[in-house]
Design a protein around this ligand. Structure first.
Ligand code: SUG
Length: 434
């Protein structure tokens, strides 16, 4: 990865920017095959993870995006294993006893409590930027992630963290919706706007039950979020069953939007023609870049995570994709991208980053970030990244994060003691009490 020189002088003060808040990958990162319908997670269940390498890969990606001249933030990993959850499931004793007892008695339940899944901050919340909302505030709703047990326990801590990072009155931070209505946050949400600080068209993408895998996003949840955020222009769009059945457990596996561009696979939506017509009507300057199945099959798109890329507007106004290495290594996708950036379309560059540790659990570059359109001066500065902080975080990870976690380590009490100590060191470094 070549890191371009940052150019912070291009950032004007007092205006709105898109800030990517990446999940700092937690020390408990492991492969437990917890996500039905997520093919990468199923495939790597029981493999040995490398938490230290994972977190360093994530930090390298943050540095890279910052190096493109864009502001960069991060969110902290949640406290794992979640002892409170295990106590609720009937395990008692000291924290260490709860962990040891749960790990021995019910390995899958324990893995549920130990997952580092909060790294995928695209699922942390849905964000409606201020220009889109009736009261002119940026509304942020923590996602309940209720369709997967290990993810459903994230939202109380996530909400608490978002309330700290976005405490300024420019933001309204809401708790998660009731669990009956599955909500996956920004992974099932797209925004089109002429520029980040212009009023946008918010597109909420839901799934319908009845297929091979669970549909995680419920239409009523999408409608509730749009209502509570006071979104002025919203569309509600169904994912195609073919895509969910092929492993597109979130919409952001088959589509991504940025600025006035919607980049999507031909088979992403149940009724792409209707979506195109609505977008053209509501946002005449929108550009719909559709990738035909004849160029990239749904299978190749999902395996390579072509669409789980960050589509970014750079300070010079051009657009670039930040994609996983797997996209470069998939012949059909590489050929498509070469032609795309060479053409006259709106996307001018493709950069490839190594986030393999996250990819093996089904999380690409776009899963690892939550986009918040905001004035950086209104965000709690502890959650913003600069070079010096990135250096310190890398040193901390290198010192404290476990090198590897294999299936045999899950009952190792020393490992979990180290994992808790690693997060405590991080919180101490960042100065956040969570
Ligand atoms: O929810 N994987 C995550 C991946 C989330 C990707 N996010 C977006 N597409 N925005 C999930 O399925 C796997 C954990 C395990 O199996 O150990 C996991 O939770």
């Amino acid at each position: 990865m070549n890191t371009p020189t940052p150019n912070p002088s291009r950032q004007r003060e007092g205006s709105l920017f898109e800030i990517n808040f990446d999940g700092l990958i937690g020390p408990s990162h492991n492969y437990a095959a917890l996500s039905l319908g997520n093919l990468a997670s199923a495939k790597h269940g029981g493999a040995t993870s490398r938490p230290r390498a994972a977190a360093l890969q994530g930090l390298a990606k943050m540095r890279f995006v910052r190096g493109l001249g864009l502001p960069q933030g991060f969110l902290l990993p949640l406290d794992r294993p979640d002892v409170g959850f295990l106590r609720g499931m009937g395990f008692a004793g000291t924290d260490e006893q709860v962990i040891a007892r749960a790990a021995a008695a019910d390995p899958r339940l324990f893995a549920t409590a130990a997952s580092a899944s909060s790294m995928w901050t695209a699922n942390a919340a849905t964000v409606s930027p201020a220009p889109d909302t009736a009261d002119g505030r940026c509304h942020i709703s923590a996602a309940n992630l209720s369709r997967m047990a290990h993810r459903s326990i994230e939202h109380p801590q996530t909400h608490a963290q978002l309330a700290i990072a976005f405490a300024d009155p420019a933001f309204a931070v809401h708790p998660a919706l009731p669990a009956a209505f599955g909500d996956e946050g920004a992974a099932n949400f797209m925004r089109l706007a002429s520029s980040h600080d212009a009023p946008g068209l918010e597109i909420f993408v839901y799934g319908e039950e009845g297929g091979r895998f669970p549909a995680r996003q419920n239409r009523r949840a999408s409608e509730a979020i749009a209502r509570r955020h006071g979104v002025k222009q919203a569309l509600f769009v169904a994912q195609s069953q073919v895509a969910i059945d092929a492993g597109a457990f979130h919409n952001d596996v088959v589509a991504v939007a940025n600025g006035n561009v919607l980049f999507a696979h031909e088979q992403a939506f149940a009724d792409a023609a209707a979506l195109k017509a609505d977008v053209a009507r509501l946002m005449p300057d929108a550009v719909y870049v559709e990738v035909p199945a004849s160029a990239v099959s749904l299978e190749d798109a999902i395996r390579s995570y072509l669409f789980n890329s960050q589509l970014l507007t750079l300070p010079d106004g051009s657009m670039a994709l930040v994609l996983p290495k797997e996209a470069e290594e998939t012949a059909s996708v590489k050929a498509y991208l070469d032609a795309l950036v060479a053409g006259n379309g709106p996307i001018h560059a493709a950069h490839f980053v190594d986030v393999r540790e996250s990819m093996q659990n089904g999380g690409g570059p776009a899963c690892l970030r939550l986009r918040v359109v905001a004035d950086p001066a209104r965000v709690d500065a502890r959650f913003l990244l600069d070079e010096a902080k990135a250096d310190r975080l890398e040193r901390l990870v290198a010192r404290w994060w476990p090198e590897a976690i294999g299936p045999g380590d899950m009952t190792n009490a020393d490992l979990w003691r180290d994992v808790k100590a690693a997060r405590a060191a991080l919180l101490d470094e960042v100065g956040v009490n969570l």
